[in-house]
Design a protein around this ligand. Sequence first.
Ligand SMILES: Nc1ncnc2c1ncn2[C@@H]1O[C@H](COP(=O)(O)OP(=O)(O)OP(=O)(O)O)[C@@H](O)[C@H]1O
Ligand SMILES: [Mg+2]
Length: 245
Amino acid sequence: MLELQHIYFSVNTPEGVQHILKDVSIVIPDNKLIVFTGPNGGGKTTLAKIIMGLVQPTSGKVIFNGQDITELNITERAKLGISYGFQQPPRFKGITVHDLLLLSAGAEKLSKDRCCQFLTKVGLCANDYLDREVDVSLSGGEVKRIEIATILARNSSLMIFDEPEAGIDLWSFARLTETFEQIHRSQDATMIIISHQERIIQLADEIVVVAGGEIAHRGSTEEIFPLILANTLGGCPVLSKEEKK
Ligand SMILES: Nc1ncnc2c1ncn2[C@@H]1O[C@H](COP(=O)(O)OP(=O)(O)OP(=O)(O)O)[C@@H](O)[C@H]1O
Ligand SMILES: [Mg+2]
């Protein structure tokens, strides 16, 4: 179980202190698929980075399986079973896709078949990619898919995907949603997926709308999805704090 307790995150800017997250508290039970959605700049990525330990909250606690992990670094959190896929994944010159999968799986050897299984789940063919370097020669969508494959290889108990749909073509995206569904059905991992994508939002056990640095609303897909749709047609009560109050 993951618990965020009164998370605040503020930064000093030339204009003064900017409050990016304001008193975010949430409990995420095991083996759920939770979608964080909401407007650009709402604070979703910051929240994900706080869970992974890439960003330290100004105040508040992150509790994972009963342990206070607020002070733990990324590696320590990874060892506890948390993994995170960047909204814009980094590239690693000199490291091949095979090396990355090996590192992620924490294995000394990974058969081609096994690598192929991970890559197929994100719509890539192992033959074409295993020996490629994860450098600028790969397209944005390819890097994104390779990073998602490395998260799958890590086999973590809490996986955070930051806009997995970004830059991914429709065919690969269909594969990817199938993979999320499969993991969810097998009930052996918790997934937090930051997404604006209808297909992913519809897979969720719960949708959490993050707006203005706060949890503006949370509820089932049936409750929240129509409100999100309404927003695209103009005016969404869940995205507007004023209307909520
Ligand atoms: N270190 C920082 N310094 C200044 N501003 C920051 C910092 N980190 C985040 N922000 C700002 O905080 C806000 C929230 O950013 P965040 O990346 O969490 O949003 P998001 O909900 O993921 O948005 P998107 O949907 O566009 O990915 C943005 O306005 C961003 O510019
Ligand atoms: Mg983001």
